[in-house]
Design a protein around this ligand. Structure first.
Ligand SMILES: *Cc1c(COP(=O)(O)O)cnc(C)c1O
Length: 386
């Protein structure tokens, strides 16, 4: 069966390959520890599960939901933005519910990118930005995230002709996979650039709540002028451990939200209202579970960072996200290092090259594995000689 050009252009989804490797080792009876995928091991907080249990009994919710999300859910997002970021949002025009933020991230390109339009994509990055750009017929233009620039794109390196032609730019801070955070100056610079060249600025804020050492991540919408050109994609998956529930939102510029809505009304029919009810409880209910989770991740972060330093691998301790971005030792590539860890320790990490060409030379370690397993993984890694 001949596949469409647009999917022939997509590199194989890396986690599928890793899952295959894990299955292969497991079938040989080997105890594999995966530090590959970023999916919190802790369950969804009980108050959210309870809200869902109640909502699932409500017969009106069994019918088609509102496309754009229930007004109550959009109001909850708006209230959360006011409380958390001091950003005012009109729940009717500046908030839209998503079936997980990935859904909106993928669909925004269809709403605004024509075949041949340039889109500015960071590298390394969450792979969806680039694949969604290709699906829309856009031309992904790589903005390298280099360690020497603290993993922020250097806008001065982008050709002016490209900036003039660019339709959309994606950013993500706190950043997956590098764990980097962006300064206020950087956000303001990005907004200024987007306004100057009339570029739709999309900010992925999936990790805004996963922070340590007193760091508080801002919303891009809290900076002056952002709402003229920007939208932010938020996710309930990571802060509330709801990856399986599929609920997120887009907020910001109303014209951009409206465009996204046109794609969505023709592709999906919104998220189950009961799940939105659970999302309201997550956003407006007690927030203690976030701090409790971050305390656990912080201990794991310190364990991994200290172990790597002990064996002579220099690594920065991230202020946010549940990832450690590790430069591989001399003489290794991303994948040869990851392979060595699988073969000699049965520990799975993600090769940085999976996130783009500038991820080469790094691996990503995820902290979303129970403490005792992570400790075991670190003990195994300590025994390897590099
Ligand atoms: C996990 C993740 C998402 C997707 O989250 P969902 O809301 O579960 O779709 C988006 N962006 C980044 C960078 C992520 O790591």
């Amino acid at each position: 069966m001949e596949r469409a050009e647009r999917i022939k252009k997509i590199p194989p989804y890396l986690f599928a390959q890793i899952d295959k490797k894990i299955a292969e080792l497991k079938s040989k009876g080997i105890d594999v520890i995966s530090l590959g995928i970023g999916d919190p091991d802790l369950p969804t907080p009980p108050n959210i599960v309870e809200a869902m249990k109640k909502a699932v009994e409500v017969k009106e919710y069994h019918r088609y939901p509102d496309y754009e999300g229930s007004l109550e859910f959009r109001e909850a997002v708006s209230t959360y933005y006011k409380n958390r970021f001091n950003v005012s949002l009109d729940p009717r025009s500046e908030v839209m519910a998503l079936i997980g933020s990935k859904e909106g991230i993928a669909h925004i390109f269809l709403a605004f990118v024509n075949p041949g339009d340039y889109v500015l994509i960071p590298d390394p990055a969450y792979p969806v930005y680039k694949t969604a750009a290709i699906f829309a017929g856009g031309i992904p233009y790589t903005m390298p995230l280099l360690e020497e620039n603290n993993f922020l794109p250097d806008f001065s390196k982008i050709d002016e002709e490209i900036l003039k032609k660019a339709k959309l730019m994606f950013l993500c801070y706190p950043n997956n996979p590098t764990g980097a955070v962006a300064s206020e100056e950087f956000f303001m610079e990005a907004i200024e650039l987007a306004k100057k060249y009339d570029i739709i600025l999309c900010h992925d804020s999936a990790y805004a709540e996963i922070t340590y050492d007193g760091y508080k991540a801002p919303s891009i919408l809290s900076f002056p002028g952002a709402k003229d050109i920007a939208v932010e994609f938020g996710s309930l998956s990571k802060p509330y451990r709801m990856t399986g529930w599929r609920i997120g939102y887009a907020v910001g510029n109303s014209e951009i939200i409206q465009g996204l809505g046109i794609v969505k009304t023709n592709v999906d029919s919104g998220q189950f209202t009961a799940i939105q009810k659970a999302g309201i409880e997550a956003l407006l209910g007690p927030q203690d579970s976030i701090k409790e989770m971050n305390d656990i991740f912080k201990k794991r972060r310190d364990l991994v960072v200290n172990t790597l330093r002990e064996i002579g691998i220099d690594v920065k301790s991230p202020k946010a996200t549940f990832y450690i971005w590790v430069k591989v030792p001399e003489g290794y590539s991303s994948s040869s290092f990851a392979e060595k860890l699988i073969e000699q320790a049965a520990v799975v990490v993600t090769p940085g090259s999976a996130y783009g060409e500038y991820g080469e030379g790094y691996v990503r370690i995820s902290l979303t594995t129970p403490d005792h397993r992570l400790m075991e993984a670190m003990e195994r890694i300590k025994k390897i000689s590099f």
